[in-house]
Design a protein. Structure first.
Length: 212
């Protein structure tokens, strides 16, 4: 599956490692809606639930991505972690690295995941720097259609599984600006809104033309 910021492809870590490997690794549990802020640089491995990873400052939030089971990410003290569901995760701090990195498979998994995080965050920077709000919105919908969309006779259905505020936060837009972009695409016959979180992409070609 191609990655998207809503659903990053996971590699089943259980296929590589015995759970006992993590016996001495700090574990954290968050209830749904609970928030935490890493105090020091660390690697996070999500084992159960769903986490929202964001930058948050001066009451403004920029959502980087959602983590699902077996996703990894690098966090530091400018990151906010919010549990979308009750979640359990491991925290790899610096004093854990030397022992864990003796396992070459684990090392490769960590490096690939961090590389994926870096690539995603650079794509976000490029989008914020060089694209208009309507371009960001259309490209986000196109990305979802290509990565997690389900085809039917009318087009491609995408289930964002985010609130309007969260989706706007993905794009660095206000809720009002994001809604205006959605309504413009609906009026042009590019998409249809099925319900609050599900959309029908009627034409990928028109969606592409909308953002160029």
């Amino acid at each position: 599956m191609k990655n998207s910021r809503v659903l990053i492809a996971s590699k089943e870590i259980e296929d590589l490692f015995d759970e006992r490997m993590f016996t001495n690794i700090p574990k954290r549990c968050l209830a749904k809606g609970e928030v935490c802020y890493p105090e020091t640089p660390r690697i996070l491995l999500l084992k159960e639930g769903e986490l929202k990873i964001s930058l948050y400052e001066n009451s403004k939030e920029l959502i980087l991505y959602f983590l699902h089971k077996n996703n990894l990410c690098f966090c530091n003290n400018d990151i906010m972690i919010t549990a979308k569901k009750e979640s359990r995760f491991y925290i790899f701090e610096s004093h854990n690295y030397s022992e864990l990195f003796k396992n070459s498979d684990f090392c490769n998994l960590i490096l690939n995941s961090i590389n994926q995080n870096i690539f995603t965050e650079r794509e976000i920077l490029k989008s914020l720097s060089f694209e208009s709000g309507r371009e960001r919105t259309a490209n986000f919908f196109r990305e979802l259609a290509l990565s997690i969309g389900k085809k039917n006779e009318k087009g491609i259905i995408i289930d964002i599984k985010c609130t309007m505020e969260e989706t706007a936060g993905f794009l660095g837009l206000s809720r009002q600006r994001f809604s205006a972009c959605i309504n413009e695409m609906i009026n042009l016959g590019i998409i249809d809104k099925i319900n609050g979180k599900r959309y029908l992409i009627k034409s990928l070609e028109k969606l592409h033309d909308f953002c160029t």
